[in-house]
Every structure is written in structure tokens, then in C-alpha cells.
Design a protein around this ligand. Structure first.
Ligand code: NDP
Ligand code: 2IT
Length: 448
């Protein structure tokens, strides 16, 4: 039915015209829309109720000034954002990103992805995202605290455990969540633990949330390999980044008996043939907040490549866990040539469209971030569940729940891809499975 394809194309053109210059948002929308044809053909009600048009328009977008004083007493001004994309399945849910590159279009791309990701977890979560163009790098704890307090002084009126529940993303970890929660508690006079996730387990956070995104992306990789009669044991792996997602992806890969030979940060790449020593990475990144180049001071047999491309390093399993568009078509070609058999995205939209196509054509098992990194937000939902029941689960129990959730997401994507005529295509499986759950709720609620 070519009219369906023409309709999808028209919707995409409207999105680009109405959101000029927001290239990452356009990219995220395009990637989803071009996979929805089979769902629209099978379910004409989605077109009739203009479900796609509604999903592409955020329910609300909040932009605000964030003034704060640095350690020298100088006034600094940043811009804060929170976009509530869809509340069809639950309160808006998604992280906050503090990075100098953050623009409204960045937050919208992430919020759009989040809607589908949260839907395929099967949990009661809407989708949203937020952040600021604040750069936490090189800032003192006091500066980060004052920034977070100022940010929350506006944000508090827009969030709540039944309305919108932020969490971490790039540049926002346990320290920032603590400062944000402290200010929320102080302003609202409420110890409303369920308003944020990613809290420290010392005061209301869930065990495993810190590890969950990285662990989940490895569980997904393991499921993909299992579906092909293989596993992670003895596999050579490369993980980009060295932040929250990368560190715990490396940890779980090692626990599965894989060999992680490289990781990175925005300055360069560390290659350690005998295997990355994770204690060193954790000390450098989680405690001392230093650059990855310092790794070689502790391990002189490792190599540091300033400005290097991590995807040049041969591996069987690649896990991009740093940021969007970090793996281009050329890098995908190199990976395939070097024998890569599986790619599991810990980051959001790290592989560029040409790279995804190349992996799929080469028969590489490819897991899009929407499915592979959904363990983070799924464990946020488990944190909300524990907060609501004033309970705290053990590490083992929570990790088992995460593993089961990732297994279900994998099987759902796999089965949906098959049902819609593209067996083995996890991109189509994830997009259609997520879309259908949101779309059915949107139709049920009428025109709101
Ligand atoms: P962190 O801030 O903990 O770590 C980010 C890592 O990526 C750092 O090593 C950083 O290097 C690198 N990086 C960030 N921006 C760039 C850039 N522009 N170019 C090169 N490298 C960069 O963030 P997270 O680990 O939490 O997030 C990583 C990815 O995972 C993001 O795409 C995020 O959206 C996604 N994600 C995170 C979840 C979570 O629960 N935290 C859940 C699901 C997805 P440097 O320090 O030099 O900047
Ligand atoms: O991209 C993501 O899924 C996250 N940054 C985590 C969101 C959350 O609410 O836990």
C-alpha cells in the first residue's frame, strides 16, 4: 500500500518543518517512522486516529534559566529543559543530561526514544527527558551542588511521583541526584522518594539501579547470542565510554567470562590486551573524576591512544556506551571486517543509520539502544515500586528481576520482528512492539 508509505513520509516532513534545526530529533523520528509501515498496514485504526502525528508532538516542553554562582563568586547562566513526551502509559519517565552540547533538539530526541523504550519494558511508564547545557567537568562539588539546587528550584513545580519522575543520564549520577532530591525535599516539605530514581541505596534508592543499564545491555547481548546458538564466554569485547553504563557493561561482560580489551572517554582510547582492569577505571571515573589516559599510569602494559577511534580495535562483540552518533558507517565496516558478530547499544542512538544498515546486511546481531539499554529505566520502575511500598529488595532479587525483564524484552522484539515479516531484525521488533503499546493506550483515551 504505497499510500501508507506516502503518509509516513508526509508526517516526517511535517516533523522536520515544525522543528527546524533539531537534527538529532529528526534522525530519531525517521529511524522509527521508516519501520512502522507493516504496523499501519495491519492496524488501520492507527492511521485513522492519527496516532503517529500525536506521538511525534511532545505533550509539553519546559525551558528555563538556571542562574548559579561559581566558586569565584561569578554569576553563571545555563539553560534547563524538561520535555514530557508521552504520558499514555504512566508518568513521564526519563533521565536528565548535563552536558555542554544539550539543546532542545537533543532532549526531544532522547524523549522520543524514551517513549518507545519505556513501552517495551511492559511497565507503567510514560516517556520524557530533561537536562541542561551545564558542564560538570572540572566543577567543584560546591558548584555542582549550587547548580543542581538552582535547577530544581524551577523543576520542582513540574515533577512528582505521579506526574514526571527524572533520573540520571550523561553527567548526572548519584551525586547530582542527591543534590536534586535535597532541594526538592526542602522546597516541597515532602519526603517524596518516588519523585526521582537513581537515588543512593543509603536513602531510598534501589540496589542494582546503578549497575542496571550496563548489566541489562549485556543480558540482551547474551540473549541475542543464545538465539544464534552462541554465548559470551571467551569473546573479545570493546566497550566505548567509561561512565556509568560502560563500567557496568564491562563488569557484567567479565562476569560472563568475556575479555574486555578497550574502553574510552571523549579524549581517547585505552587498549589493554590482557583485559581492562575495572578497579582502576572505577577509581579514576567514579572516585577521582579523572581522564581515562591516567589508566596507563597504573598499567604500563596498556596503550593509550589520544583521539583514537575505539572501533578500529578488533572485537567479536561491540558495545557503544558513550553517546549518540559515535559509531559511523566507516566504523561499522571496520568492525564487520574484523569479525564482529554482535552489537548491543548501551547508549542512546550511538550507531548512525548507515552503520545500522551495514550491520544488518552483514548479518551482525544488532540490538538498538531502545531495547538493549532499557534495563536502566526498567530498574528505575523497580525503584518506584519499592518506594511506593516502602520496601527494599536484595541485590540478588533485583538483579534476577532485571535479567527476566531483559529476557522478555528480547523475546518480545524477536517475536514482533517475526510477526511483521522481518525475522532477526531487532530494530523493527523494538519499534513496532513499543509503538503498539503506546498507540493502543492513546486510542483508548480518546482525543486528549
Ligand atoms: P556518563 O556521564 O556516566 O558517561 C558518559 C561517557 O561517555 C563518558 O565516558 C564520556 O566521556 C563519554 N561521552 C559523553 N559524551 C561524549 C561525547 N560527546 N563524545 C565522546 N564521548 C562522550 O553517562 P552514562 O554512562 O549514564 O550514559 C552513557 C550513554 O548511555 C548515553 O547515551 C545515555 O543517554 C545512555 N543511557 C544511560 C542510562 C543511565 O541509566 N545512565 C540509561 C540508558 C541509556 P567524557 O567523560 O570524556 O565526557
Ligand atoms: O536513557 C535512559 O533510559 C536513562 N537515562 C534512564 C532513565 C530513567 O528514568 O531511569
Amino acid at each position: 500500500m504505497p499510500e501508507i508509505d506516502a503518509r509516513i513520509q508526509r508526517i516526517y516532513e511535517q516533523v522536520t518543518q515544525r522543528n527546524p534545526g533539531e537534527l538529532e530529533f529528526h534522525q530519531a523520528v525517521k529511524e522509527v517512522l521508516e519501520t512502522l509501515g507493516p504496523a499501519l498496514r495491519k492496524h488501520p485504526e492507527y492511521a485513522e486516529h492519527k496516532v503517529i502525528e500525536r506521538i511525534c508532538e511532545p505533550e509539553r516542553q519546559i525551558i528555563f534559566r538556571v542562574p548559579w554562582q561559581d566558586d569565584k563568586g561569578e554569576v553563571q547562566i545555563n539553560r534547563g529543559f524538561r520535555v514530557g513526551f508521552s504520558s499514555a502509559l504512566g508518568p513521564y519517565k526519563g533521565g536528565l543530561r548535563f552536558h555542554p552540547s544539550v539543546l532542545l533538539g537533543t532532549v526531544k530526541f532522547l524523549g522520543f526514544e524514551q517513549v518507545f523504550k519505556n513501552a517495551i519494558t511492559g511497565m507503567p511508564l510514560g516517556g520524557g527527558k530533561g537536562g541542561a547545557d551545564f558542564d560538570p567537568k572540572g566543577k567543584s562539588d560546591g558548584e555542582v551542588m549550587r547548580f543542581c539546587q538552582s535547577y530544581m528550584t524551577e523543576l520542582y513545580r513540574h515533577i512528582g511521583e505521579l506526574t514526571d519522575v527524572p533520573a540520571g543520564d550523561i553527567g548526572v549520577g548519584g551525586r547530582e541526584i542527591g543534590y536534586l532530591f535535597g532541594q526538592y525535599k526542602r522546597i516541597t516539605n515532602r519526603y517524596e522518594t518516588g519523585v526521582l530514581t537513581g537515588k543512593s541505596p543509603k536513602w531510598g534508592g534501589a540496589l542494582v539501579r546503578r549497575e542496571s543499564t550496563g548489566y541489562g545491555a549485556v543480558f540482551f547481548a547474551e540473549e541475542m547470542l543464545k538465539a544464534r546458538g552462541s554465548d559470551l564466554v571467551g569473546k573479545t569485547c570493546v566497550v566505548s565510554g567509561s561512565g556509568n553504563v560502560a563500567i557496568y557493561a564491562m563488569e557484567k561482560l567479565q562476569q560472563f567470562g568475556a575479555r574486555v580489551v578497550a574502553c574510552s572517554d571523549s579524549n581517547g582510547v585505552v587498549y589493554h590486551e590482557k583485559g581492562i582492569q575495572l578497579d582502576t577505571v572505577k577509581r579514576l571515573k567514579e572516585v577521582e573524576r579523572k581522564r581515562i589516559r591516567e589508566y596507563v599510569n597504573a598499567h604500563p602494559d596498556a596503550k593509550y591512544i589520544e583521539g583514537g577511534n575505539i572501533w578500529d580495535i578488533p572485537c567479536q562483540v561491540a558495545m557503544p556506551c558513550a553517546t549518540q552518533n559515535e559509531l559511523d558507517e566507516g566504523a561499522a565496516r571496520t568492525l564487520v571486517k574484523n569479525g564482529c558478530i554482535a552489537v548491543s547499544e548501551g547508549a542512546n542512538m550511538p550507531t548512525m543509520p548507515g552503520g545500522v544498515k551495514l550491520f544488518q546486511e552483514a548479518g551482525v546481531a544488532f540490538a538498538p539502544g531502545k531495547a538493549a539499554n532499557a534495563g536502566g529505566v526498567a530498574t528505575s520502575a523497580l525503584e518506584m515500586q519499592q518506594n511506593a511500598s516502602r520496601d527494599a529488595w536484595t541485590f540478588e532479587h533485583t538483579e534476577e528481576r532485571l535479567r527476566e525483564i531483559m529476557r522478555c524484552i528480547h523475546d518480545n522484539c524477536y517475536a514482533t520482528a517475526e510477526e511483521y515479516g522481518s525475522p532477526g531484525n531487532y530494530v523493527i521488533g523494538a519499534n513496532i512492539a513499543g509503538f503498539r503499546r503506546v498507540a493502543d493506550a492513546i486510542i483508548a483515551f480518546g482525543v486528549i
